[in-house]
Ligand binder design. Structure first.
Ligand code: ADP
Ligand code: MG
Length: 399
């Protein structure tokens, strides 16, 4: 994404998406919807343990121009795709049938039909400014755009958490990625100027926590290392299985049910290889609680040390960081960031750094120089603010 695209006015992007839709499908869309990517401030690898997280939605969004169809056909096109229109029959959607990017949007339609919702076909054109594969959840943005558009096109009236659950089911059951609920909850339920305090056990009970970067003289940098390591998929599933085994051994429904004060005793009852996993999950849940307290006191700068601790825990206990994310976090910390940590599932992806306003260039430059010296690809650096969740964009609409 280049800077012009990133800061482009969303209404203009929506107009462009509607124009392209007309060229592709020969009619105007019923509307244009937007769903954002996300970064998680703290609470990593906790959602599938029924635990807590604190994501914000990004200003970067996936736009979807959509028009319902009455013949049961689903036609999909993405400005970031291969240029072709993928045509599918809603009635024939099943796991394994659709490969490639189209699986994400088709999976949402499948998940809606599986849940018994009376949905049919549609023409869908996507255009996104969310970097893909950077740990910023372009996949959830893609899914959630479809979920909110279908909710309106087919008058489903589902709640935000229900839409998020549907999008998650698409990724789990149709695409085959065993992700938790955080990404989709962030994309659907975040609000501008706030972080989302997510309880993955009861997503409906999420809370908005004011996160006023601007007012407190702070900036949040997202540094995309451009790295994705192939072991990510297998490792994620193995970590998830390890957590489930630990919970079972401890007689708990999920690791979320283990408190920080119970942790030392519990660790004595576990095989050695599960100890660091459990320690990460329990301390990470505690870090989310602490971060929420600091934000509620209006002290966002106090997130700094919490981010640093979170990174150390992911690096040393959960072991999902990599050389590039470790370097970006360490250099940002030394260059004056209040705190920095890898964000997302790990094995590459992005690092966030909380910095005082005015210091973002120095911190970014230090990380860029360190990457050059190490022979790594230059990181892509964005300054982000907590943005709104998925929504219909006004101004476009009539058939
Ligand atoms: P992340 O969600 O962190 O960006 P994932 O690997 O989960 O990374 O999802 C990235 C995949 O999602 C891409 O490889 C592509 O298949 C799909 N995707 C995301 N956004 C788009 C888009 N705008 N157009 C086409 N495919 C997309
Ligand atoms: Mg994803």
């Amino acid at each position: 994404m280049n800077p012009t695209t990133q800061w482009d006015d969303e209404d203009k992007r929506a107009d462009r998406a509607a124009d392209t839709f007309r060229q592709l499908f020969g009619a105007s869309p019923d509307g244009v919807w937007a769903a954002p990517g996300r970064v998680n401030l703290i609470g990593e690898h906790t959602d599938y343990n029924d635990g807590f997280a604190l994501p914000i939605a990004l200003p970067q969004t996936t736009l979807l121009a959509a028009r319902s169809r009455t013949d049961g056909l689903l036609r999909l096109h993405s400005a970031q795709g291969d240029g072709r229109i993928t045509e599918l029959a809603v009635a024939e959607l099943a796991p394994g049938v659709v490969t490639g990017w189209a699986g994400y949007p088709a999976g949402v339609v499948w998940a809606l039909t599986e849940a018994g919702h009376p949905v049919g076909g549609a023409d869908l054109h996507f255009d996104s400014t969310v970097p893909t594969g950077a740990g910023l959840s372009s996949s959830a943005a893609l899914e959630c755009a479809v979920a909110v558009a279908y909710d309106e096109l087919y008058a489903l009236k589902l709640t935000g958490p229900e839409l998020a659950r549907t999008a998650q089911r698409a990724e789990n059951g149709f695409v085959g990625v065993p992700c938790g609920i955080m990404d989709q909850m962030a994309s659907v339920c975040c609000t501008a100027g706030a972080a989302l305090h997510l309880d993955a056990r009861t997503p409906a009970h999420h809370q908005q926590v004011p996160f006023d970067l601007q007012g407190q003289g702070l900036r949040l940098l997202v540094m995309d290392t451009g790295v994705t390591h192939d072991l990510a998929d297998g490792a994620y599933a193995a970590l998830r299985a390890g957590c489930e085994r630990a919970a079972a051994l401890l007689g708990l429904a999920a690791l979320r049910d283990l408190s920080a004060s119970e942790l030392p005793g519990a660790l004595l009852r576990l095989p050695g290889e599960l100890v660091p996993l459990v320690r990460h999950v329990v301390t990470e849940n505690a870090r989310v609680a602490e971060a929420v307290s600091r934000l509620r006191e209006g002290n966002a700068a106090a997130l700094g040390p919490i981010l640093d601790e979170g990174h150390a825990s992911l690096r040393d206990d959960y072991r999902v960081s990599c050389a590039e994310t470790d370097l970006a976090a360490a250099v940002a910390q030394v260059a004056g960031a209040l705190g920095a940590r890898m964000t997302g599932g790990g094995f590459g992806g992005s690092v966030i750094a909380l910095v005082r306003a005015g210091e973002e260039s120095a911190v970014g430059a230090a990380v860029t120089a360190a990457f050059e010296a190490a022979g790594y690809r230059a990181p892509r650096i964005l300054t982000v603010t907590p943005a709104a969740g998925a929504r219909r964009l006004a101004a476009v609409g009539a058939r």
